[in-house]
Ligand binder design. Structure first.
Ligand SMILES: [Zn+2]
Length: 140
């Protein structure tokens, strides 16, 4: 048998190729190198899976990005509620809103990369025989 299958969630978080879960999706490690935030490999350096499947493929990431932002805001709201508390008699809700907005802006490059990663994971499944099988092709 081949090596153990890399963990799904960890592979997404480390932004690895969906097919082999070894090759990197992005050329630069840091998402904060703004000129190169979205510089991706044409295909996986390890298994040759193409990432940009068709023209305009990445447009759909907008929905993923939106869902991530909502999920993130819900999480910070719950954390705020537990740690600081929410009340109608003071401005604590407004402070959460401000803090959450700043966090969303600061984390935007990471969230956008993560949306691309999650999006490509919808279309390409893990293939344990990636060394011998042909990468998935898309006809358009
Ligand atoms: Zn790969």
């Amino acid at each position: 048998m081949s090596a153990k299958k890399p963990n799904y969630l960890l592979s997404i978080l480390s932004m690895n190729c969906p097919r082999c879960r070894k090759g990197k999706l992005f050329k630069n490690y840091s998402a904060y190198n703004f000129k190169h935030t979205f510089d991706m490999h044409e295909e996986c350096p390890v298994c040759k899976q193409k990432y940009n499947m068709e023209p305009g493929f990445w447009y759909g990431t907008g929905y993923v990005s939106y869902a991530l932002a909502v999920a993130f805001s819900v999480a910070t709201f719950i954390a705020w509620w537990v740690l600081i508390g929410i009340s109608v008699s003071d401005n604590r809700v407004l402070w959460w809103l401000l803090t959450n907005s700043i966090l969303l802006i600061v984390l935007q490059p990471v969230l956008m990369r993560l949306s691309r990663t999650i999006y490509v994971y919808f279309f390409v499944k893990y293939d344990e025989h990636y060394e011998t099988n042909e990468p998935r092709k898309f006809d358009y």
